[in-house]
Design a protein around this ligand. Structure first.
Ligand code: ATP
Ligand code: MG
Length: 195
């Protein structure tokens, strides 16, 4: 499951757990992006912080683990490179790339899309507020999967932290504490908010 995980929240975890169970996957590998090419416009928390929060959030689930492939590769992250590297690391694995339905709708614009169909099955999880229109995706390669509705996004978590609102129960307890410990997502006092 790829994502920025800035920070990881219960929407990600529910989606991963649901897809794991429905498809009977042996393992769900969370892959925090290095520098996401779609998010070049905004500041993303350092990769090491996003990686460690993902480790904290997934540590208790024996089927969940976290990969460093994207954060250790220099330059912007392209899903094609992610899948290629994972295939090299696990040549016998059948790969499923799990992503949100919003991201799936953008999939056709991804670099190297034709070759990507050969490397993995794509699972698009529906998130609240997203209506899926047929984007002309190959049906034998893309599965749309409804997951229990959780109206949580990382953007909303960051906004809440910055404005002093709680994020307890939106993200795992250890992630709340990690964000507090390293003072993530707080703009310096007196800083004017963009937007
Ligand atoms: P941001 O608000 O910064 O874009 P995000 O909450 O969308 O963050 P990402 O790290 O971009 O989180 O998400 C990784 C994947 O998980 C995306 O494909 C996204 O659509 C999906 N996802 C995020 N939140 C949910 C949710 N509540 N339910 C289902 N899928 C989700
Ligand atoms: Mg997003």
């Amino acid at each position: 499951m790829g994502g920025t995980f800035d920070p990881i929240h219960h929407g990600h975890l529910v989606a991963a757990s649901e897809v794991q169970s429905l498809l009977g996957l042996d393992e769900v590998l969370f892959v925090p992006t290095g520098r996401p090419w779609q998010k070049q416009g905004r500041d993303v928390a350092p990769a090491e912080h996003r990686y460690l929060m993902t480790v904290i959030a997934t540590a208790s689930n024996p089927r969940f683990s976290v990969s460093r492939v994207d954060i250790d590769r220099p330059g912007p992250t392209y899903t094609m490179d992610t899948l290629h590297d994972l295939q090299q690391q696990r040549p016998d694995a059948e790969l499923f790339f799990i992503t949100g339905a919003d991201a799936l709708a953008q999939i056709v614009s991804w670099k190297g899309i034709d070759r990507m169909w050969e490397l993995a099955h794509f699972i698009g999880v529906t998130r609240p507020g997203h209506v899926l229109s047929d984007a002309g995706l190959p049906q034998e390669r893309v599965t749309l999967q409804e997951v229990p509705a959780m109206a949580i996004s990382s953007t909303e978590c960051r906004r809440r932290v910055d404005s002093g609102q709680p994020i307890w129960y939106l993200v795992p307890d250890g992630v709340v504490q990690y964000i507090g410990k390293y003072q993530l997502y707080r703009s310096p006092p007196g800083d004017l908010q963009e937007e």
